[in-house]
Design a protein around this ligand. Structure first.
Ligand code: KIV
Ligand code: ZN
Length: 522
């Protein structure tokens, strides 16, 4: 069967979704999981955007094995040089360069002419080609552009050596029939297009991103750009899990396949949701909590008799098996290690001891510890290892008669323990300000969210915070049975990320400033 390449842009277009701010370690964690998922290409970021973006793409290029690693670049020399530098150490590097071909972008956004676009596209692909063999070219906003002109620009890109031509529906405007006709129109106008890979990149503003991508494949595209959980600008990109499961479930009509290990889909989706703070809607296709749940008695009855009466996919195919693992407070180290292994985590030695200690603390408070709890705990511990500041302890006095008072102790990156106290409007506010006071850093809370890891009264709580420090935003997550503890952990982690970001921004602006300490707040 014909193979469609899966180009994952969670770390680039996905990361452009409002409110997402992943640090380099989180991006690497996602990229490693994307490699396990079996994507063909990881678009790791936009290296010119900031030193942090450059570093994240470079780290992924150096450490993630398997997929092609791509860096995005506008059709400008400096962008292309940054992308080339960032992906240079990948086993299979790619530069993805783009420029708009729609008149609306040419006239109003770029304020130049069609002739300028042709020149810039030619120069960009030629420049990218001087660094890497694999060059992807995208005529941005193609679906609102003139077909003849877009074909002319794509032909120039192929002439200069582009290996992939990607057709973005940048504003999510096209329809399946129209998109397929556009791609067929390109094949008719550019004979050389059959010698390179044609790719789709569809946004979901009208809810058609997956349908349009599928229509693109029917018209001959053999690369599909998509993102985990459909993340991306505005309404997002085509959702990777939906597109892959469409080809898998309907291979009888699709006639093409992907190299994705579908059993890694659920885990990847949960990881991306946890790290980005974007919650998955319960009825989301393939990965929503209810995607395989049956409420109606008639459906339940049917599924009990024969699963396929009301299910078109098997939950195990997308990796939802193992999620029924349950441990109790008498479970031992061996059972924990086995359960973690079933979930895909290899944990031994000191890491197993730490995981076991956390597990026992939780198991003392909860009747049963489920697979979701274990996954949340292990991820929480991994984050702890990456953090600069660490929460040592906290206490809060709260009552309905006095404002809550919090005391905290935080271990600094230098290994000292600093204490702080604050009387706030609520317990969470008191803790966060006490952490600011202990560290001497005046961060501002921008977003705060609490989710339950599983259902039930004794569920583990997961808190996500986004804070702002000197113009930089950073996010952090924490998991615990106690919401206040989860909140304190999340805040300390976000603070560590924010401090690193501020230092990196200072270093980029003025290398000498990097040596100065952050100014402690009031
Ligand atoms: O949507 C878009 O046009 C893009 C391009 C950079 C490919 O994301
Ligand atoms: Zn896009």
């Amino acid at each position: 069967m014909d193979r469609v390449q899966i180009f994952d842009t969670t770390l680039r277009d996905g990361e452009q979704a409002p409110g997402i701010s992943l640090n380099a370690a989180e991006k690497l964690e996602i990229a490693q999981q994307l490699a396990r998922l079996g994507v063909d290409v990881i678009e790791a970021g936009f290296p010119i955007a900031s030193p942090g973006d450059f570093e994240a793409v470079q780290t992924i290029a150096r450490q993630v094995e398997g997929p092609v690693i791509a860096g995005l670049a506008r059709a400008q020399a400096a962008d292309i040089e940054a992308a080339a530098g960032a992906v240079r150490d990948a086993a299979r590097p790619r530069i993805h360069t783009f420029i708009s071909t729609s008149d609306i972008h040419i006239r109003y956004q770029m304020q130049n002419t069609r002739e300028d676009v042709k020149k810039a596209a030619r120069a960009a692909v030629a420049h990218a080609k001087s660094f890497v063999d694999d060059v992807e070219f995208s005529p941005m906003d193609a679906t609102r552009a003139d077909l003849d002109f877009t074909a002319e620009v794509c032909a120039i890109a192929i002439e200069e050596g582009a290996t992939v031509i990607n057709i973005p529906d940048t504003v999510g405007y096209t329809t399946p029939d129209e998109y397929a006709a556009f791609l067929r129109g390109l094949y008719e106008r550019i004979p050389q297009l059959k010698d390179v890979t044609l790719s789709t990149h569809c946004h979901d503003d009208l809810g058609l991103a997956v349908a349009n991508s599928y229509a693109g494949v029917q018209a001959g595209a053999r690369q599909v750009e998509c993102a985990i959980n459909g993340l991306g600008e505005r309404a997002g990109n085509a959702s990777l899990e939906e597109f892959v499961m469409l080809l898998h479930t309907r291979r009888d009509v699709a006639g093409v396949e992907t190299g994705i290990n579908t059993r890694e889909i659920a885990r990847t989706s949960r990881m991306v949701s946890r790290l980005t703070g974007y919650v998955i809607q319960p009825n989301k296709a393939v990965v929503g909590r209810n995607a395989f749940a049956h409420e109606s008695g008639i459906h339940q009855d049917g599924v009990l008799k024969e699963r396929t009466t009301f299910e078109i996919m098997d939950a195990r195919t997308v990796g939802l098996e193992g999620t029924d693992i349950v441990l109790g407070k008498h479970s031992g180290r061996h059972a924990l290690r086995q359960a973690l292994e079933d979930l895909g985590f290899k944990v031994d030695g000191a890491a197993l001891n730490t995981a076991f200690k956390r597990f026992k603390e939780i198991a003392d408070k909860k009747k049963t510890v489920t697979a979701m709890d274990l996954e949340a705990l292990v991820t929480d511990e991994l984050r702890q290892e990456m953090a600069g500041y660490e929460l040592e302890w906290f206490e809060v006095e709260a009552s309905s008669r006095r404002p809550p008072h919090a005391r905290v102790a935080v271990k600094t990156p230098e290994g000292e323990v600093a204490e702080g106290a604050f009387t706030g409007d609520g317990p969470v506010d008191a803790i966060f300000h006490a952490i600011n006071s202990a560290t001497g850093i005046d961060a501002r809370l921008r977003e705060f969210r609490v989710d339950a890891v599983t259902g039930g009264q004794d569920a583990l709580g997961e808190v996500s915070v986004v804070l702002e420090l000197e113009g930089e935003t950073a996010s952090g997550q924490g998991v615990a049975t106690d919401i206040l503890e989860a909140a304190a952990r999340a805040y300390v982690r976000a603070l560590s990320v924010a401090v690193t970001k501020v230092q990196a921004a200072q270093a980029a602006a003025d290398p000498r400033a990097a040596e100065t300490e952050l100014t402690p707040g009031p």
